[in-house]
Design a protein. Structure first.
Length: 284
């Protein structure tokens, strides 16, 4: 079933009508999935995604964000990035094996560069894997420039701006619920669980269907590993993923500098640059 047939079947109107429970695959009760001292994560199988964008709708509903129009195919005409009001997006790629839809959001790195870069520890890596943000942020935006996936976004138009990004549904997790996107996916393209189990599942799918997948799990080792991991039928560069990240966790490149240099020393060159530019404008 392709995306258009699926939308017709469930009868989504212009505003996006919620799908009935009968169409949502049975899921393991969340309270049975959570346990032990494990990193949790999500396996994204791009060979199954049909581009229905119900994950986008569910994310927006769960976090009180503006609701997307998931019946509008025109959004696939160009690549979209996540924003401060859209924490997850689905893009369509033309590949050697046809159209492939890919969900993108914060990857929740095992050793996040954003957490290492944050000078006031507003960014936190939870022991369960979630990378979250607290309001003691001072707005330095080092998390934004340090992220290899370009995920933290600042609310530039807000008088009290916050950093916004996917938090792997941290609040829902604490209530024993699945991430909203996983719960909403009607074709089981998303699977939540312990990260090591998801890696086993991903490798098992490759082994059982070697002609359906490239023999690589993206996020298994990139930048030290991530909690969102991906399967694909084509090389990952064809569906928007960077292939130049390596396997070294980014904090190994940044932590020494950021902890050795006082905060004022980091900002002082920027302050001087701003003053210099202001003076030049006045002189002109």
């Amino acid at each position: 079933m392709d995306r258009r047939e699926f939308l017709k079947t469930i009868g989504i109107g212009i505003g996006g009508v919620a799908c009935g429970d009968i169409l949502i695959p049975s899921i393991v009760k969340a309270q049975n999935a959570f346990g032990g001292n494990e990193f949790f994560g999500v396996l994204v199988d791009t060979t199954r995604c049909i581009g229905c964008m119900r994950c986008e709708m569910a994310c927006a509903e769960a976090h009180n964000l503006p609701l997307p129009d998931i019946s509008n195919d025109s959004v696939f005409e160009k690549k979209r990035n996540t924003t401060e009001t859209r924490w997850t997006v689905v893009n369509r790629y033309e590949t050697e094996k046809g159209k492939i839809f890919v969900k993108q959001q914060c990857m929740h790195c095992n050793q996040p560069a954003c957490v290492a870069a944050c000078l006031v520890k507003a960014m936190k890596k939870r022991k369960e894997a979630h990378v979250t943000w607290d309001t003691n942020c001072i707005g330095c935006r080092l998390c934004m420039v340090s992220c290899p996936f370009d995920m933290p976004k600042l609310e530039y138009n807000s008088p009290l701006p916050k950093i916004q990004k996917c938090n792997l549904c941290w609040d829902r997790f604490q209530e024993g619920k699945l991430p909203a996107c996983v719960e909403a996916c009607p074709v089981e393209a998303l699977k939540f669980g312990a990260r090591r189990d998801l890696l086993d599942e991903a490798n098992s799918r490759i082994f059982q269907n070697p002609h359906n997948y490239v023999h690589h799990v993206y996020g298994g080792h990139e930048v030290g590993g991530t909690s969102y991991i991906y399967l694909s039928a084509v090389p990952f560069e064809q569906i928007g993923f960077r292939g130049d990240l390596g396997t070294t966790p980014y904090p190994e490149f940044t932590t020494g500098f950021l902890h050795a240099v006082p905060f004022v020393d980091v900002l002082w060159p920027l302050i001087l640059l701003g003053i210099n530019r202001a003076i030049r404008r006045e002189e002109d």
